[in-house]
Design a protein around this ligand. Structure first.
Ligand code: PMT
Length: 385
């Protein structure tokens, strides 16, 4: 990998202006300060120990429609990629700062929390009124429990939640800036499913959006509708002309600024930055991943398709040929030699059930290897300078 050289200059004026505008207009989450203190202590602890540290972002970001939020737009992500990756990073010796969507999957507990069975189904009554794991589950549970306890007892895992897109961006910026002193040893692995659109605060209703005019009727004296109000009541321009315009909810969203440039150039200029690119159309995946790398000048884009994301991903990084990482179609790692096709699999050719093996068990060692090369290259550059 040829790492992009971190720029010494601050992000371009336009990006800096967009950043100021966004972060001033969108209030921080109420726990930001507390989270930053926890993150600072965690980062300093591992920095002193000379340990590599990864920020893993995970899960979907919500787009609130109201300031006192009753309704919001969400996306599909349950946080599987992030939570699973976090476990393999811990296994590879990294300290993990896990920034995740509240109530999405967490490392270790994921094996039971969102299972199709209720977690109580994994338990049975033991002797003297105790509760124990069912015999058939006990072996795996003990293994997971030991790994979880080890991570917790050695302070290797810090878990911080977010909910909305603006919470996420405030937290990401704060943590990335705190990671600056780690230099190239810091890794940012951005697996969260980040909203591309949002309602800017100046257009957001304070209270719950009403579906009837009962409140208006309560506030106003009833009066005969004016001619223009009558005209506005119905229109014939779409497929449901019988629904009065005043009763519809037309949602008008602005684009969320892309802060990857600010991240690369300003927030964490020496850390290795890995972003994910999610698409649904196999024909454009690699092109979009390359476009993202070119635009933001970071270090690795991992492309994945919604329908095949547990079977294959593609690594796109500067100076390297694209690298596909796949679970063999039997679903197990030792089923067959790794398929060598250089393009996306046909989703229809894949078995319906999920693979038994976890693709993150292949992704993380490959990322860690690139990280090692990145650190060496950056050290070499420092010696030359
Ligand atoms: O949770 P799972 O169900 O396991 O699913 C995992 C996943 C598919 C969500 C994950 O593997 C993944 O692809 N995550 C990234 C999804 C995403 O936001 O893709 P994107 O193409 O919209 O954005 C690409 C990159 O741009 C992201 O790394 C994001 O950090 C960044 N971005 C996106 C939007 C935005 N407004 N600003 C950004 O900086």
């Amino acid at each position: 990998m040829i790492p992009h050289t971190p720029s010494e200059s601050p992000p371009s004026n336009l990006a800096a202006l967009a950043e100021d505008h966004y972060f001033n207009a969108n209030p921080p989450p109420k726990d930001l300060q507390k989270h930053m203190e926890l993150a600072k202590d965690f980062i300093e602890f591992h920095s002193k120990a000379g340990r590599r540290l990864v920020l893993v972002t995970s899960g979907g970001t919500t787009v609130p429609l109201e300031k006192q939020t009753v309704r919001f737009i969400d996306n599909f992500s349950a946080g599987t990629r992030g939570a699973t990756s976090a476990e393999y990073f811990l296994e590879a010796g990294y300290a993990v700062l896990f920034l995740h969507r509240q109530f999405s999957l967490l490392p270790y507990s994921r094996h039971y929390s969102h299972a199709t069975d209720c977690f109580l189904d994994f338990l049975r009554e033991g002797p003297n009124g105790s509760v124990v794991a069912r015999d058939e589950d006990a072996g795996k549970m003990l293994n997971v429990l030991r790994k979880y306890r080890e991570a917790r007892d050695k302070n290797m895992l810090l878990v911080l939640p977010f909910v909305s897109i603006s919470d996420y961006l405030h937290e990401l910026r704060g943590i990335a800036q705190l990671m600056k002193p780690l230099g190239p040893e810091g890794l940012l692995y951005l697996a969260a499913a980040v909203s591309d659109f949002f309602v800017p605060p100046e257009r957001m209703s304070e209270h719950k959006i009403q579906s009837t005019d009962a409140v208006e009727a309560f506030n106003k004296k009833p009066s005969k509708p004016s001619a223009s109000e009558e005209e506005e009541t119905f229109d014939n321009f779409d497929s449901s002309p019988s629904v009065p315009r005043s009763k519809r909810l037309v949602v008008d969203l602005d684009p969320v600024p892309k802060f990857l440039k600010n991240l690369v150039e300003g927030w964490s200029p020496e850390g290795m930055i890995v972003s994910f690119k999610l698409e649904t159309d196999p024909k454009i995946l690699v092109h979009k991943a390359k476009y993202s790398l070119d635009r933001y000048q970071h270090h690795l884009v991992i492309g994945n398709l919604l329908s095949t994301r547990k079977w294959e991903v593609v690594f796109v990084s500067p100076g390297n040929p694209d690298k596909w990482i796949r679970i063999p179609q039997g679903g197990k790692l030792d089923d067959a030699k790794e398929a060598e096709k250089d393009e996306p699999l046909d989703p229809k050719s894949l078995p319906e059930q999920e693979p038994e093996a976890e693709i993150e068990s292949l992704i993380i060692p490959a990322v860690a290897e690139l990280h090692t090369k990145y650190i060496k290259t950056m050290e070499g550059k420092k010696l030359e300078a």
